[in-house]
Design a protein around this ligand. Structure first.
Ligand SMILES: [Zn+2]
Length: 241
């Protein structure tokens, strides 16, 4: 467990995707995303190492429904009584009341295989609280940036300037997330890539400030993150022309 910017910590040893702990003290301890089910042991071990039992967490916030982020949500809800919150649009897919947009249709052979795996083994659960754009929960503003999934969100923490971006803004290049890079929603793993990119542009155009990016994949970007992200996105736009 490594502190990023208090009260946010990054759970260590998670290789597939990032899990963050917002530790505001007893009664205000939240996980943001839960990792893939294949890394459940690492997640529990890291929590144990901090002296926290999963049942002492206040709740779990999901940036989106994909199984590498929501993969332990049903387990934590069932076994440890955690409340799970995510945007209404992804909640409806998670509980089966809305159709599941499918991946595996674009990208390299590896990317298509990973997309097919997501189609075959999606996260499923009944969310305890569906979030709406503009809600504030655990001191985090909920911003809907649909496109990567139907209900992908940013969580923005105004007091610290932390922005938790899920897979709509990454700090590593998928699917090999050891390569650091500023990357908007990745085409092969997104339902509506142009929509996700447009939502990211609209977020910036609206003037929302942030200092640090805590992405779903890749290392945290600490300090001056907004300017660095904008510069990287501009460079990518120029190189695509
Ligand atoms: Zn995703």
């Amino acid at each position: 467990m490594k502190r990023v910017v208090a009260p946010f910590h990054r759970i260590g040893r998670m290789l597939v995707s990032n899990v963050y702990l917002l530790d505001g003290g007893p009664g205000d301890r939240w996980l943001i995303d839960s990792g893939h089910w294949s890394e459940r042991w690492q997640l529990l071990a890291e929590l144990r190492a901090t002296g926290l039992r999963p049942g002492e967490l206040t709740g779990l916030l999901l940036t989106h429904r994909h199984s590498d982020h929501a993969g332990n949500a049903a387990y934590l809800q069932r076994e440890h009584g955690l409340r799970v919150l995510c945007h209404r649009a992804d909640a409806a897919v998670l509980d089966g009341s809305a159709p599941r947009g499918r991946l595996g249709v674009r990208g390299s052979a590896l990317e298509r295989a990973l997309g097919a795996f997501e189609n075959a083994f999606p996260a499923r659960l009944r969310v305890d609280q569906a979030l709406e754009h503009g809600d504030v929960v655990a001191g985090l503003e909920v911003h809907l940036l649909a496109g990567h999934t139907e209900g992908s969100v940013f969580f923005r923490h105004e007091p610290t300037g932390c922005l938790l971006t899920g897979d709509t803004l990454l700090t590593a290049r998928p699917p090999l997330t050891i390569l650091g890079a500023v990357t908007p929603a990745h085409d092969a793993f997104s339902l509506d890539t142009p929509g996700a990119h447009a939502a990211l542009d609209a977020f910036h155009a609206a003037g929302w400030r942030y200092e640090h990016v805590l992405a779903g994949h890749g290392s945290p970007m600490v300090g001056d993150a907004r300017a660095r992200v904008m510069a990287a996105l501009d460079r990518q736009r120029v190189s695509r022309r």
